[in-house]
Design a protein around this ligand. Structure first.
Ligand SMILES: Cc1cc2nc3c(=O)[nH]c(=O)nc-3n(C[C@H](O)[C@H](O)[C@H](O)COP(=O)(O)OP(=O)(O)OC[C@H]3O[C@@H](n4cnc5c(N)ncnc54)[C@H](O)[C@@H]3O)c2cc1C
Length: 459
């Protein structure tokens, strides 16, 4: 007979309890829900609940899965027969003006919660573009936040993490203590062998002036514009975020268009003008469908745009690749994924990381100058197969120029690619083996052989 259930500040729901079915999936963003049923869901209300939840799982022989913001595309928090620790009701933030470090629990949303909290203190943290992404999964994977090409990966701002280990002990991991967990917490993603209860994050001064340039083109200009952008982007100052994307744009007809966007995050309008000037050299500019040149914008406006592009209540298939190659090779390999989108809501982005910054010693260790991600969204479940097939074919075209992938937009159960360097992978596997020898934490969701950290066509 099992021991009686311990007291929790939050609510524990076992399979079969009223409300369990909802609790298993209600905070999951991607509504193309998989057929996986957890053993129990603990709606965590305190740090003590996380400790208690991990200990209960050990006792019951359950594995532990964690949900912070619920934005994993591949629904990594929904795992068969596991205890889901849903941290959605455990939200705390505090800021220390002396150290300029903010401490936040993992379910805090980077844009709608952390950003205004910091802005009211004159501070900034490069959270995810879509403002509802939880900082938990985002930071563990590396975190490609605002102006990652200049400000770096969000995980580089983590000064410490509080972690509940597989033994159910709460520890603080930083550069001096539990260095293995501190290293792994910055890039291991869902392979992290512990539950993070709090992140301690360095902050930046809030940028004083934001301005953007947006140029719209017909897809017939794709080759010329993208070849030009490929040769330009590494020379643009690092205060500018550069994204090119194809999408159907309201007011510009039913066909997708190519948008070249650049946001300068600087001190004043003059600096923005200088930073955005290189975009006026676009050789196709006179054929642009519209041009917005160095107009002031705000993070609030930019985030509203992200919310509109990423609506709730949809079914999603998402994939990505780190790209490297000559402009000719890259343009040829990426043509299908940009120019044949399968419906009017979907979009494909090209995100500049050039020139590549050197990374600190952390698990996140694989990137290239160009990040490509394709986001396919729809509502009708009868369209699942068509959309997934389109995405698989378009991503297959990219293989000749693909270096690896970013965990944040990946689904390892459908397609395995490298996500960390070989040295990091070896180190990570040793850390996981030492910290979680019994496999208490569910780890990577990647099919029967587990994660391989290899590009599937090379493995
Ligand atoms: C609309 C949208 C926009 C996005 N935009 C960006 C973007 O701009 N930049 C970017 O980098 N990514 C972006 N992503 C990807 C996103 O960062 C990842 O999906 C991330 O995992 C989401 O974190 P979460 O906490 O919301 O997700 P969850 O689904 O709650 O967590 C994902 C997984 O991370 C692990 N995890 C989470 N919290 C913890 C914890 N406390 N302890 C241990 N393990 C934990 C678990 O394995 C968990 O299953 C976006 C995703 C969506 C849906």
């Amino acid at each position: 007979m099992s021991a009686p259930l311990p007291h929790f500040d939050g609510e524990l729901l076992l399979r079969g309890d009223a409300g369990f079915d909802d609790a298993a999936v209600d905070r999951i963003f991607n509504r193309r829900l998989p057929d996986r049923t957890p053993a129990a869901v603990l709606r965590v209300a305190s740090e003590g609940d996380i400790v208690g939840g991990v200990r209960l799982a050990r006792e019951r022989g359950w594995q532990v899965a964690v949900r912070s913001g619920g934005h994993s595309w591949a629904q990594w928090s929904l795992r068969e027969d596991a205890l889901v620790l849903d941290l959605g009701g455990f939200k705390e933030m505090s800021y220390d003006p002396g150290t300029q470090v903010v401490t936040a629990t993992p379910s805090v949303k980077g844009g709608v919660e952390l950003a205004p909290y910091l802005a009211s203190r004159g501070r900034f943290f490069p959270g995810g573009h879509c403002p509802t992404v939880g900082i938990g999964g985002f930071l563990l994977q590396g975190g490609q936040g605002w102006n990652a090409r200049g400000w770096g990966w969000a995980a580089e701002y983590v000064t410490a993490v509080d972690v509940v280990t597989a033994e159910g002990e709460l520890v603080r991991a930083d550069a001096e203590h539990h260095g293995d967990l501190y290293w792994a917490a910055r890039g291991a993603g869902p392979g992290f062998p512990g539950v993070v209860t709090r992140f301690h994050l360095r902050t930046l001064p809030h940028p004083r002036h934001l301005a953007h340039t947006v140029q719209g083109f017909a897809l017939s200009d794709f080759d010329e514009v993208m070849t030009w952008l490929h040769t330009l982007h590494g020379s643009v100052v690092d205060t500018v975020e550069i994204v090119a994307l194809t999408k159907t744009e309201p007011g510009l007809g039913d066909e997708p268009v190519l948008l070249v966007t650049a946001v300068a995050m600087v001190d004043d309008a003059h600096e923005a003008d200088r930073a955005l000037a290189p975009f006026r050299t676009n050789p196709a500019l006179e054929r642009a469908l519209f041009v917005v040149d160095n107009e002031p914008t705000t993070f609030d406006d930019e985030r509203q745009g992200q919310l509109a592009a990423n609506p709730e209540g949809h079914r999603w298939a998402v994939d990505n690749a780190w790209i490297s190659g000559t402009p000719e090779d890259v343009v040829a390999a990426t043509r299908r994924v940009y120019t044949t989108l399968p419906n009017a809501k979907s979009f494909t982005i090209w995100f500049s990381m050039a020139p590549l910054r050197e990374l600190p010693d952390m698990a996140f260790s694989l990137q290239s100058e160009i990040y490509l991600a394709s986001y396919v969204l729809w509502e009708d479940e009868n369209e699942d197969a068509r959309h997934q097939e389109w995405l698989a074919a378009a991503m297959a075209d990219l293989q000749p120029v693909t270096v690896g992938q970013y965990l944040g937009d990946s689904d390892l159960a459908r397609r395995q690619l490298r996500f960390v360097s070989d040295a990091s992978w070896e180190r990570l596997r040793k850390i996981i083996a030492v910290r979680d020898p019994d496999g208490l934490f569910v780890g990577y969701l990647a099919g029967p052989r587990g994660a391989t950290n290899a590009n599937h066509w090379q493995a």
